[in-house]
Design a protein around this ligand. Structure first.
Ligand code: PLP
Length: 375
């Protein structure tokens, strides 16, 4: 039952909750390889599970039982969940090919590149990171801080993915991308597999959500958390809602069209990490069958959610709060509440995927610095 309940919301017409998590999907992401990723990542120096924050006052205002916020703001000092993906894929690549002559490269809107650069620095290899025109100077500088060469090329994230692919072919670099395309699937599987750790940690910290709101860029994170819930809990898994910026909603467009679909335009949004116009083909294979719904939020909703969290002493970055902003929008809209079955007994888990990854941008939106909000 395809339903466009309101603009910017699509119930997944291809969802089949009874469908078992089969071998074709396990070949992309599996609990078995999630355990391998966990064994590797928990062995890294400085590993600690990120906090799972309970936000009862927000739950009460929204008329639901619980809001949990998995706060990735301090993940390995990189300030985002992406630390789990790119760096893990670099580790795997080094283990498979050895270090000699290995240079890794990727395109990024900030966080993935930081993770790849960090992984390369730890492994003692070179990294070349492509950023597009609108990636902030602060984010580019943070990547340089991990010893990587930063190249600015392309108008959008998708343009810089292409520029990086061409340069990598010409120079013999290994691409460590968080998105996948026909013929390029192995490394992005490792990246997404690392993300499943978020869901594993949350469950061990006691999260038993009825609903999960997770933000989508190319869809890798959403696929990572979905794979864990689907393989482990089957039809009993929580309702999964994918949240995207209005101007970069390629997953929602794909759900609506029934086929992987790119969106054009300048993808302009303050949610820099979600400014992607083309879904990852691997992520889409999972989401098209297993996500319950797709929705969009305005930039103003992300800003409002950042300021609301700040009043609770929690720092959430522009892309980091998108899931929470989606929940707030859905919970306040009677049609969306009904479509998603949100009610007084709902327990919602949001993935707070980044902290103040650009401190200047954070301060300009919230009016206080990250240190003032969370001393
Ligand atoms: C903070 C943050 N949240 C969420 C995402 C979305 O992840 P994905 O592109 O795998 O959908 C990103 C991607 O860069 C991000 O930086």
């Amino acid at each position: 039952m395809p339903t466009d309940v309101t603009p910017g919301f699509v119930s997944n017409p291809r969802l089949d909750r009874g469908l078992a998590y089969g071998g074709d999907l396990r070949a992309i992401l599996s609990l078995e390889r999630a355990e391998e990723a966990r064994a590797a990542v928990t062995g890294w120096e400085g590993y600690a599970p990120t906090p799972l924050r309970d936000l009862p006052a927000i739950a009460e205002t929204l008329g639901i039982a619980q809001v949990l916020y998995k706060d990735e703001g301090k993940r390995f000092g990189l300030k985002s969940f992406k630390a789990l993906g790119g760096a893990y894929a670099v580790d795997r690549l080094v283990a498979q090919t050895g270090k000699a002559g290995l240079t890794v490269a990727c395109a990024t809107d900030g966080n993935h590149g930081r993770s790849v650069a960090w992984g390369a620095q730890r492994a003692g290899i070179e990294a070349v990171i492509y950023v597009h025109e609108t990636v902030s100077a602060g984010r580019a500088e943070a990547i340089r801080g991990f010893g990587a060469t930063v190249v600015r090329e392309g108008r959008t994230y998708d343009d810089s993915v292409r520029a990086c692919t061409e340069a990598a072919a010409a120079n013999g670099w290994q691409i460590v991308s968080d998105t996948s395309w026909p013929g390029y699937e192995d490394v992005p599987k490792d990246v997404m597999q690392g993300y499943a750790l978020l869901a594993m940690e949350a469950e061990e910290q006691g999260a038993r959500p009825s609903h999960v709101f997770v933000q989508g860029g190319v869809g890798g994170l959403a696929a990572g958390v979905l794979s864990h819930a689907w393989e482990k809990h089957g039809a009993e898994r929580p309702i999964l809602v994918v949240v995207e910026p209005e101007n970069a909603a390629c997953l929602l467009a794909s759900a609506r069209a029934g086929i992987l679909t790119a969106v054009g335009g300048d993808l302009d949004t303050i949610m820099a990490g979600l400014a992607c116009g083309e879904p990852s083909i691997l992520a889409w294979r999972l989401l098209e069958q297993g996500a319950d719904a797709f929705m969009t939020i305005a930039d103003t909703a992300a800003g409002d959610a950042m300021r609301l969290l700040a009043t609770r002493g929690v720092v959430g970055g522009e892309s980091g709060v998108a899931g929470l902003a989606g929940l707030i929008k859905a919970a306040r809209d009677p049609a969306l509440r009904a479509a998603l079955g949100l009610g007084s007994s709902s327990r919602v888990l949001c993935y707070g995927t980044e902290g103040a990854t650009d401190p200047d941008v954070y301060r300009s939106i919230v009016g206080r610095s990250a240190e003032e909000v969370e001393p």
